[in-house]
Write a protein that binds this ligand. Sequence first.
Ligand code: PRX
Length: 634
Amino acid sequence: MSNKIQTLSGYIHEYQKSVQDPDNFWGKIADSFYWHKRWDKVVDWNFEKPDVKWFINGKVNITENILEKHLFLLGDKPAIIWEPNDPDEQARTITYYELYELVCQFANTMKAQGVEKGDRVIIYMPMVPEAAVAMLACARIGAVHSVVFAGFSAKSLADRIEDCQAKMVLTSDGNFRGEKMIPVKAVVDEALEATNSIEKVIVLKRTGQDVIMKEGRDIWWHEAIEGVSKENKAEIMDSEDMLFILYTSGSTGKPKGVVHTCGGYMVYTMYTFQNVFQYNNGDVYWCTADIGWITGHSYIVYGPLLAGATTLMFEGVPTYPNPGRFWAICDKHKVNQFYTAPTAIRALQVFGTEPLEPYKLDSLRVIGSVGEPINEEAWHWYHDHVGKGRCPIVDTWWQTETGGIMVSPIPGVTPTKPSYATLPLPGIQLAILDNDGNELKGNSVEGNLCIKFPWPAILRTTYGDHERCRQTYFSSFKGYYFTGDGVKRDEDGYYRILGRVDDVINVSGHRMGTAEVENAINEHPKVVESAVVGFPHEIKGQGIYAFVICDMEGRSEENLKNEIRETVNKIIGPIAKPDRIQIVPGLPKTRSGKIMRRILRKVATGDTSNMGDTSTLLNPDVVEEIIQGAGKVN
Ligand code: PRX
């Protein structure tokens, strides 16, 4: 694999080349893919509109670079190894050749059910190989997939269907997750009562539980593919045609549909996969994310499969049937690269090292972290007990909007430092800006993390609302992409991500907008107003703290809190349920009526020694009452 960096001087050299001559740098990498027509120009960009295009007028199909490209040399190689929720159920291996046939057959099936190029297809499925097949089959025929994490509620699913006016839903009867069996199809049924764009639902039989199949709309997966050809000619796509939409939370309003396109995303995910994981042919790579998140898209499905890797997919949870499950899987399948989230590490850390003892973990070479800042304690535990002190940790910083990893060590090349994502990958031009928009040059500086030059997998727009894309990412600092994160560049020039500086909280590596949670809480009929902030949580990284003004009549505080949690569960899903709810008499507001979150954040953190200037508040007395009440919160 010629694009792999193997030495520190090699990294520096590649980085310099990527900045001095991006066209040549990315053009050469893109040349290792199969294009129906080569691009006329590598990149065209304007961060003010914003308008970014890569590999202009290139014609390509990403699945040909996963399937046809590997058939000759790697046809018999496992593309996907699937480990089921129940360790006693047989694992499955799908070779590149088998994947080719499955994808082609399902592509033909979707076409036969009326899906055409450009149509949006929702994937609301468990972690089974068919979910990856579904994504690739969409890409094969030029349909735009939008995967929705199967833990989201019917309401969240309906909102996404409505926003992108999807034509089809791909789902399962139910999902196995640990000891639970989740009735997924029933959630889809409920969502579809509130929307009207969906024409067909294809249902994979996974749990065998009873479901209602609506005549004319719902069709079983196994029946739909029966007798369908396993040959399919890939749709020829323009580089800038949409590949997928993935909804993610921001500071305001409803989740927005981040749009990624075919050419740039393809080039960037494979390049970053190869470099960050140093994958060698024959290795088994495992990322524990769910395909409902960007990590699952870029580093379970697209990146590894474009690189001809063997990617492991796990259906279950880290603690089922016991907290040694991750390590059992690493030994069972001889995993070489393991990629997980700090929240999972911290959750397992609680059980001590005993669950690790039966396992050798000697196949591991690189271990990765993603989704939130990794605290030093978790970093050391991961390094010492999982990596046995010999595997470099790749702490990878990136976002749904960046499409691929942006800041990360290159294992074995970049010296690591606990809790530092270290250095930008080639092609990534970071800038740290103060709140007035001045770029802070040199080392030992701290500020807002921005990016000043495009990379191939940058988001192109937010679906159906380009102005929102401009406002959210390109308006805070003129001429820059703003990430929403705070960052420090230390005396060695190493980057440490400090967390979000906007109203987004990161709960167990999942992004939640405070406004989104507040809107859900406010749906409860007894709630008058609410304000949500994050607070440090030992396992989740951040927890959700809700300050709520309620009409308490006829309800105990306990019952009301339970009802509020249930309301949030119903509207968003279990991941958004507040960890703490404090019923308050009022919220601290400025004279213009804005909630002073700074004060609430301090209360939630338990740091009430210095509340700063509260004299400008409309209702300064309420602050003392909130502080008093905070002691008894659960
Ligand atoms: O705050 C950063 C945090 O996760 C946010 C992006 O969330 P999402 O789009 O859901 O993507 C998560 C997986 C790529 C970022 O703005 N984040 C992600 N990785 C790290 C991180 N914070 C610190 N260190 C990381 N390695």
